[in-house]
Write a protein that binds this ligand. Sequence first.
Ligand code: 8ID
Ligand code: ZN
Length: 320
Amino acid sequence: EIPKLQWAQVFDKCGEPLQYKQISVPIPESDEVLVKIKYSGVCHTDLHAWKGDWPLGVKTPLVGGHEGALCPGQRADEQLCAKQALSGYTVNGSFQQYAIANAMHVARIPPECKDLAAVAPILCAGLTVYKALKQSRVIPGQTVAITGAGGGLGSLACQYAKAMGLEVLAIDTSEEKRDLCINKLGATSFIDFATTKDIVADVKAATGGLGPHAVIVVAASEKPFAQAAEYVRPHGTVVCVGLPHGARASADVFTMVTKMINICGSYVGNRAETQEALDFFKKGKIGAPIQIRSLQDLPLVYKEIEEMKIAGRVVLEVPE
Ligand code: 8ID
Ligand code: ZN
């Protein structure tokens, strides 16, 4: 029995308070499905949407969220749609009990994936970093630096990189994130960007003087995009993934030319890659820890993300 009303986190305009309130359950069109949401990861993108950080209009009022693990009879997920209908951005997302998804774009979660809370972050964060690692063209045995390694995308990037046979150099801040990266995510070394005196020198020193073969920049701040071009190894690749407000990825032309480095962007992934990313999870190779909170706690979670206090990913439990 589908109710008429449901609980959701809504904001009327960017930056205005989030309201946990009852709204109507949406009615799907013929090419859509209505899905019941069990868990939704909180991605930094949701915070960017609420703050209006990007040069892309946010639909308002908005129900945010796009890392939903859903339950429409069989397990499915709504994915960022290729037609610019961005869940939790230009259309209502997963911070509600019942969401609409395009029937063509729901990704089937393999039945072996029993832990729906843990699988939710794979559907944006996991997919995104898996694709970024592919784009980096590194091969097993090489070293990849992950900047923002202690956050949501970063913690999954460490795990995917390990599963692909790469050595991981983690960059982030705080003792909690150091412990997470080294002891739970399998990074070989950790550099604290907030306390290091010379990040370029430290990264090079940690990689035998040459620098990592690739850098995956998932940090939600501008500085590391420029730093990565300086410490990446000659012929290396910098993959830009984080989307900080108004940021530029700058590189010194002389350095870029003489080191023959490659700087590129990577944006989520397609449906086939979603299945590939889920496959790693299904095989038990991705064990990045999650913190489960309730849908009501979203405002506090945003505050903690902003303050860089969350190690790993928060997943919200949506009421039955
Ligand atoms: O498809 C895409 N390209 C895509 C998909 C999903 C998310 C891009 N994103 C973007 C988000 O919009 C956001 O801008 O990736 C960024 C990271 O998302 P997230 O992992 O969900 O954010 P988080 O959990 O807050 O983690 C960010 C980490 O970066 C660290 C923080 O400490 C945190 O752990 N960090 C920051 I902020 N500044 C740093 C710096 N200077 C830094 N780490 C290293 N150096
Ligand atoms: Zn996301």
